[in-house]
Design a binder for this molecule. Structure first.
Ligand SMILES: [Zn+2]
Length: 397
């Protein structure tokens, strides 16, 4: 069920080329930042170098807005959640254009060229959906020109999400879902930012979908200048790794569970980057801002308990559900003929657990005894006092 979130970082096309390397740099900053000579205080293609008042200008295709309603607000929040832990706020200027969908022959590089030709050259990034291989759900990359990596005169950057139409994944994901679509209400970027800063929300995607916001936050983490920090060989800077690997971090591999907040590890990472010599970027009050304690992460007893979808094929029903809780207990489903308002029958099938449930996308199967239509609900009883089961809680469609 684990869905890896990875991104290749393609660097230094243009005058010189620097790939992610194995060099074991020594530093007292034990963190994963890009071991990339172009990540300097003068490198304009990293968000960490934005100065107060500088605008981040993004070109977004109309088709992305159509498929992900409210994605403009998510982009703005995904950029600014990182900055918020540095006391920085980046104005985001989003231009929507009629950009063509990628074809199967496109690479991220070719799509970047096409999009810059239509958008114009003065954008910080072009975005869209691109065919991506393997387990990759999002990818960002840059190319630049200049006298040296320290004197870059122009650059291009893409930030693409996987095009599920062109590259279906092995887990059955077929589409993206935005926060607005997921919750059937609109959000301003300030709302999304405030929710992420509250650090208390976990979501799971509907069956067959991937939530866009955490992938955008992860990819913009790269744009700020962070690596996939914790992942051994795929860490683009093994010389600067976290002393306390946290696999639930936004910048680590991710699962289909969407934590809508940065972990302490993520926040330490972006702050250590901002503390590197020369990266203050003329922001006032930075030293104090770097010391501010973030809102502590608070988790509900049951983070997710959701019947997502019931599929019927012949007499067989498949109940897709998500359940995340650190408490043990017993999960069953209940059923009755649709519209009967009769007594619920409790399933013999159950998931018992002593140490909690981590089931973001699982299913029950049930074969109905006859041709009738059935309705279903899930029944969860958590362990109370270590052994007895507490009162049941229910969720239905
Ligand atoms: Zn990544």
């Amino acid at each position: 069920m684990q869905r890896m979130m990875t991104a290749a970082l393609l660097l230094g096309l243009g005058v010189s080329s620097v790939a992610c390397n194995e060099e074991n740099a020594t530093s007292d900053l034990s963190w994963g930042h890009l071991q990339d000579q172009s990540l300097s205080p003068n490198a304009p293609h990293f968000l960490i170098t934005k100065k107060p008042g500088d605008t981040y200008k993004v070109c977004v295709p109309q088709y992305m807005i159509d498929e992900l309603p409210g994605v403009e607000e998510e982009i703005e929040a995904a950029i600014n959640v990182w900055g918020s832990y540095l006391g920085r706020s980046i104005p985001v200027d989003i231009h929507i254009r009629n950009l063509p969908r990628a074809t199967a022959r496109d690479t991220p590089g070719s799509l970047q060229t096409t999009y810059y030709n239509i958008c114009g050259q003065d954008f910080d990034a072009v975005m869209g959906f691109a065919p991506l291989g393997g387990k990759t759900v999002g990818q960002t990359g840059t190319s630049w020109r200049g006298i040296s990596a320290q004197q870059i005169t122009s650059f291009k950057r893409y930030l693409f999400l996987r095009d599920y139409k062109l590259s279906p994944d092995a887990w059955g994901s077929t589409r993206w879902v935005s926060l607005q679509d997921l919750r059937k209400r609109t959000y301003r970027s300030e709302d999304i930012l405030a929710q992420m800063q509250a650090r208390n929300t976990t979501e799971v995607a509907p069956h067959g979908a991937t939530i866009s916001l955490p992938v955008l936050v992860h990819e913009f983490g790269h744009v700020w200048g962070l690596c996939d920090q914790y992942e051994g060989p795929s860490n683009c800077d093994p010389g600067h790794i976290s002393a306390h690997p946290d696999l639930s971090s936004m910048m680590a591999s991710a699962s289909s569970v969407a934590k809508l907040y940065l972990t302490d590890d993520d926040i330490t990472g972006i702050r250590l980057l901002a503390k590197r010599p020369g990266f203050n970027s003329q922001w006032p009050g930075t030293a104090d801002d770097l010391l501010k304690t973030p809102q502590p992460v608070t988790k509900k007893e049951v983070e997710v308990f959701k019947l997502k979808k019931v599929e019927k094929v012949g007499t067989q029903y498949t109940l897709h559900f998500g359940l995340i809780t650190s408490k043990g207990g017993e999960l069953r489903f209940e059923y009755r003929p649709k519209g009967s308002y009769g007594t619920w029958q409790t399933s013999k099938t159950l998931f018992p657990a002593d140490k909690g449930f981590m089931m973001p996308d699982y299913f029950f199967r049930h074969t109905a005894p006859d041709g009738e239509d059935y309705e279903f609900r899930l029944r969860l009883r958590l362990l109370k006092d270590g052994f007895a089961l507490g009162e049941p809680m229910y969720t239905s469609l």
